[in-house]
Design a protein around this ligand. Structure first.
Ligand code: AMP
Length: 323
């Protein structure tokens, strides 16, 4: 039996609803990213929003247009917001950005004294919030915003993947792009499927204690809890794909279904599956029915490298699983 991740009380801060209801401004950031792609820029978009929900500024990457490797969407949006307000600090504002900020932008977020950062896709290679320098955890970082990560992650990552796929096709399949190298952002090679958030590659075999579900178990980020037992935690998926979409995760440090089956104790395995069944009962979906899904590895697009089972319910699921 492996070490159980210390589990703290969960917060129920998030309101109910789909991803666009939860974070409506991320739609604007995604639109900025799409507009950037149309200008042949790496598709990253950002929006700065006031405490009252007003959009102060928005931007997409302008690295190519300006021939400036620092013209990142979030930096431009922050600069525009400060100009717009005529102040140097944005202490009440939230920045929505479709990709994890790099070191330059993370430092700028601190300098602008931003209240909150909400970002989409993880960037294991160029990101500096949950990867690399982890700027906001450095002792020399004097202002730490609240951080919410992985919001509409798949949509942000999909834009990047499509963009690089198209560029690769245009350049006869040659690998890397200058803008990407200059921007230092993670390449999303479409032929391999979306990267695992923490490795950028396939489901790792060694457990990464910084993955999003480990952080959630430690209470570092909030979740909307449905059920908790000695061996497992059930909570609402942040980007529901069905009227009821709940994830069940073991408390032990297991990367995937293969890892769980091979290494968990019989007690943990039984405890986990009992939690799944109890969760379905608590959700009231046993009688109408529910579907269990668990993605393993690259081909199944497992994106979070901590074993989890999806409970999908609340509507007819369709007759079969479509690859
Ligand atoms: P998979 O693609 O099978 O690895 O599923 C990972 C799931 O985790 C996706 O459905 C995401 O929407 C969900 N997810 C990612 N981050 C969070 C989070 N912080 N809270 C709740 N669900 C999340």
């Amino acid at each position: 039996m492996r070490a159980t991740i210390e589990c703290h009380p969960m917060s129920d801060k998030r309101p109910a609803g789909g991803p666009s209801l939860l974070f409506p401004h991320m739609s604007l950031a995604l639109a900025e990213a799409e507009a950037a792609a149309a200008r042949a820029e790496v598709p990253v978009g950002a929006v700065v929003v006031s405490a009252t929900g007003q959009v102060i500024a928005r931007a997409g990457n302008e690295v190519e247009a300006r021939q400036d490797p620092t013209a990142h969407a979030e930096l431009l949006a922050l600069q525009r917001a400060a100009r717009q307000r005529g102040t140097k600090w944005l202490s009440d504002a939230t920045l929505y950005v479709t990709l994890e900020p790099c070191a330059l932008c993370a430092a700028a977020i601190s300098q602008f004294r931003l209240l909150r950062l909400v970002y989409g896709a993880y960037d294991p290679k160029g990101g500096a919030v949950d990867h690399g320098p982890r700027w906001f955890s450095q002792p020399t970082c004097l202002h730490r915003p609240e951080v919410i990560s992985g919001v509409r992650e798949q949509e942000g990552a999909l834009l990047l993947r499509r963009f690089f796929h198209d560029r690769r096709a245009e350049s006869g399949g040659h690998a890397r792009l200058h803008s990407l190298e200059a921007g230092g952002q993670t390449e999303y090679p479409e032929e391999r499927g979306p990267p695992s958030p923490k490795t950028g590659q396939e489901t790792p075999t060694v457990y990464d204690t910084t993955n999003i579900f480990a952080r959630l178990l430690r209470g570092e980020i909030p979740c909307k809890r449905v059920h908790e037992t000695a061996h497992a935690l059930a909570f609402h998926d942040i980007a529901p794909q069905a009227p009821v979409h709940v994830l069940v995760i073991p408390k032990g440090a297991y990367v995937s279904s293969q890892d769980f089956a091979a290494s968990a104790s019989a007690e943990e395995i039984a405890g986990f599956w009992r939690t799944v069944a109890e969760t379905a009962a608590l959700l009231g979906v046993v009688e109408p029915g529910y579907r269990l899904v668990s993605n393993h590895g690259r081909d199944a697009l497992q994106s979070v490298p901590h074993y989890h089972v999806h409970i999908l319910a609340g509507a007819a699921m369709g007759a079969r699983l479509v690859p």
